[in-house]
Design a protein around this ligand. Structure first.
Ligand code: F3S
Length: 399
């Protein structure tokens, strides 16, 4: 692998031990994946922020990198933490956990990482343009950046994303190269999609089909007439969760699709497939639900407006989390949506989400509109789940 003099200097430790360790990680990755060179990145998004996932070992590594003089070289944002940083008490998060989570954030901030704590950084300032090289780790955001925005990123792990941030580069392999962005299989859709759970169910259905596929997985979807930002972020989260997908194309919708024709190998997906995916994500009866959550991926302002309108004058009967980023919450405050939602008894869980917060054992069954949240609620927290449309969820929560 060819390194520039500047990259060689980093590897030799001339900018300190953290930058040296970062370049060692990237050089090793580059060798493993056959990269010829490094490529500069414009931004980084780091996942693995919740202390619930990191533990002491992860925190120790971050602290070591910060103590070793690590400083980000490009704009770098953070995934959700394990708690609402300003309002964790009302979510039932312990002081012990909060203290450890603050240590994690302090280590990132010492390195110059902006503690946005959101999986939708593209909604408020970390918005790559078409063709821009970036190094992002959050799987749903990686999919959104590659597919919807046409930016170029691999699905980084926590350490490789931090390494890219501390050096400003990443090995040029995978989805940074045009040849790996070509579609590999055709998804022929004959179902009508309406709301976010439909798109989540589509992601699960495609993901399940992809289990038997080896090699690069880049679906090319035909038969979809329209998709909103909310729909696409739901699809991205689900495709990444169930199929490990980091890039897809939708004919007539995503920016690179017009460059390609549908591949020969075809999977057909119809309404019955989507219905069965939704049924598989619904293991709880309405009466069993003790936890409602909207906001996986983090909600955009339009979704919060919709929740405020739906909850106005009503009252939720169970714990109900609205998960979003701090900047979007700020706009919700200004527009009065927060006051309406909180008057209905729902809680903002800003900076965090129902998957990365330490809530195992606190609830038995989650209702959500997110296929990804259903998957992790079961896999991580052993909750039963109900996948509901936005409107049905509000109706059940206020019944
Ligand atoms: Fe985001 Fe948490 Fe879902 S990080 S994509 S809201 S699991």
């Amino acid at each position: 692998m060819q390194l520039t003099p500047k990259e060689q200097a980093l590897l030799a430790g001339e900018s300190g031990p953290a930058a040296q360790k970062a370049m060692q990680i990237l050089a090793t990755l580059g060798r493993i994946f056959g990269a010829q060179r490094m490529i500069p990145v414009r931004s980084v998004q780091i996942a693995g922020v919740s202390y619930d996932n990191l533990g002491e070992a992860g925190l120790a590594w971050l602290s070591e990198m910060a103590a070793g003089g690590g400083q980000v070289q490009v704009f770098t944002t953070l995934n959700p933490a394990g708690m609402d940083i300003e309002n964790y008490q009302s979510l039932g998060i312990s002081e012990d956990f909060a203290e450890n989570q603050r240590r994690v954030l302090a280590a990132f901030e010492a390195m110059g990482v902006v503690s946005t704590c959101s999986c939708t950084p593209y909604l408020f300032g970390n918005l790559p343009h078409f063709g821009e090289h970036i190094a992002w780790a959050e799987s749903s955001a990686v999919c959104y950046a590659n597919a919807v925005l046409g930016a170029r990123t691999n699905r980084e792990g926590g350490p490789s994303a931090l390494a890219a941030a501390l050096t400003g580069c990443t090995p040029a392999y995978g989805y940074h190269l045009a040849e790996n962005r070509q579609p590999t299989l055709h998804i022929e859709l004959t179902a009508n999609l309406h709301d976010t759970p439909d798109f989540g169910a589509l992601g699960k259905t495609i993901g399940d089909q992809l289990q038997s596929v080896t090699g690069n997985k880049v679906p090319y979807i035909t038969g979809m007439s329209d998709a909103s930002l909310e729909n696409l972020k739901s699809l991205c989260a689900s495709l990444a969760t169930f199929g490990g997908v980091a890039l897809f194309h939708i004919q007539g919708i995503t920016p690179e699709a017009a460059q390609y024709s549908p591949p020969f190998e075809t999977f057909a997906i119809n309404q019955a497939d989507l219905d069965s995916a939704k049924a598989e994500l619904t293991s709880a009866e309405p009466g069993q639900i003790d936890f409602f959550s909207l906001g996986c991926p983090h909600l955009c302002l339009g979704e919060i407006q919709r929740i405020a309108h739906a909850l106005a004058g009503k009252h939720v009967t169970k714990e109900f989390w609205i998960t979003t980023s701090r900047p979007i919450k700020g706009m919700a405050d200004r527009m009065g949506y927060t006051a309406v939602i909180e008057a209905a008894g729902a809680k903002f869980a800003t900076d965090t989400c129902c998957v990365v917060a330490p809530i195992k054992g606190r609830f038995k069954a989650l209702a959500t509109d997110s296929a990804k949240a259903c998957y992790y609620a079961t896999a991580k927290n052993h909750f039963k789940t109900r996948l509901l449309s936005f409107d049905d969820l509000i109706a059940e929560a206020t019944r």
